[in-house]
Design a protein around this ligand. Sequence first.
Ligand code: AMP
Length: 127
Amino acid sequence: MPHAYDDQNIFAKILRGEIPNDTVIETEHTLAFRDIGPQAPVHVLVIPKGPYVSYDHFAAEASEAEIVDFARVSARVIAEAGIGLGEGGQGYRVISNAGSHGTQEVPHYHLHVVGGRALGRMLAAPQ
Ligand code: AMP
């Protein structure tokens, strides 16, 4: 089944400039901005500018230029936040939720970059 992209999602509105955002880095293909409800001292969302729903959609269908740019911007976010191991930081977590099992709220692919404190185990016990 093809991935159906809803262009009324809130990140599409941010990309069109209809809603403000707290930009960290912007490039030709990628936008990184602070999460409105941070879960840790560092909580930045990295999104492609193209209409991709999820990690697998982006990884399968985005151009190499988009994928490389997204990866490099993610690395810059980590480096500039001082949480990367190469910067002497204490580490971080990157998360991408997809669909109902992944509890994805916004159906535009995004990577959460979270750090600045000890984050605990990756997954909570099943409810
Ligand atoms: P997810 O559950 O992975 O889809 O996460 C969506 C994330 O988007 C949540 O962490 C929200 O706090 C965040 N979010 C929603 N609206 C905005 C917004 N206008 N600006 C920044 N972050 C937002």
